[in-house]
Design a protein. Sequence first.
Length: 473
Amino acid sequence: MENLFHLKENGTTTRTEILAGLTTFMTMAYIIALNPNLLTNFDTGSALWNGVFLATCIASALAMFCMAFLANKPFALAPGMGLNSFFAIVVANIAGLTGMSYVESFQSALVIILLEGIVFLILSVLNIREKIVEAIPLGVRLGIAPAIGLMLMNIGLGSNVGVYSETGGPFYVMRDFFGALTPSVAQTNMGSGYSTMVLTVVTMFVGVFVIVILAKKGVKAAVLLGMLVASVIYWVGSFAVLGVNPFASLSTASFVPPFADMVETTLFKFDFTGFLQIGWFTAITLIITFCMIDMFDTIGTLVGTASRAGMVDKDGNMPNMKEALISDAIGTVAGACAGTSTVTTFVESASGVEAGGRTGLTALTTGVLFLACIFIAPIAAIIPAAATSAALIYVGVLMIMGLKNVNFDDLDQMVPVALMLISMPISSSIGHAIGIGLISYTVIKVFSGKAKEVSALTYVISALFLVKFFLIA
């Protein structure tokens, strides 16, 4: 392990790296079931759902193995949220435009992901993506980690946990529990879901406080232990308060991987004929859109998480950035071949980094667990979302600490950072927030007589984002 990952040089141990990998896995295991749900319109049990499920596990694992052995970085990869929803919309639009079935449209849309991945692989090998990273002004880079922190907190306190009941839903913690003003109003609005909401809130905040206390005591596995404590609380509460067995799904779960369904529906099922039916302009526009979102989501996650972990130099550059970007590109190509949407670096990697992960052994551990989920997905599915939220909230708080590096007396820095801080959690897109930050930075510099301080590549990227926002959004 030492020869492969240089653990001592990076100030870590095998035990710490494995625990960090397990922590990352627990915070992002939700994607294993959620991705096929989104890409198949929740057609659970269908051949396409089974194919996407296996593709999610396999492509994610392959991408993480590349990250481990090529870049030696602790970042985890999987089909990106937001990009998978956009992919599902594209599939539906192709079906409406051409009259093809959903599965045929899905196979046509996979061509877009394949071409995007190949483009990224070429750009990464030629160091063009790395040059784009360097073109992001230092002030904007400093704001990426805190903005990601706010987005993580927004996910943890909001969209990560939705409660349903006979009165509707989903109901969320900040909007519907704390936002309801009084418990009586909340109870009326949520109906029978109110008890689940209370259990969710208790689980979430107990988990956060356990993590914080353990972290203050110097416990390396604080995040993982906090999630385990939160999970136990939720499981006990489900039995005692809700009268629900949280392990009931295990009794009917299948542990046999549906490889036949994957071969039938997604594995190397590229429909180039169907792809050409959507028209060249639409096809090129879609490829560019996927490229821009994926590129800046990945760049933002890598820069933000690496900054928090102290894995960047004085200029904000991360060593082995090229290899990390190549791993991301390989993941996208592998995802297209296996049958899923764009594979990208996950912001939840921050939880493993906070648990002490510093090398590729963390990514390798998470990748092995994803691969194991081909056989044990039902076990991963019993981790309550509220426990995941506890980890996301805690890591989000820590990432906000990066604001101390921003010069608040310099409007050239502060305004782009402030806009990123608000736009990232609202849009749920790291890439869009970086685009807004770059555009605002460029505009301020130009109209304050400092146009020469902006690099040519920054101008180009800002212009591309303007085109994306107003013409192909």
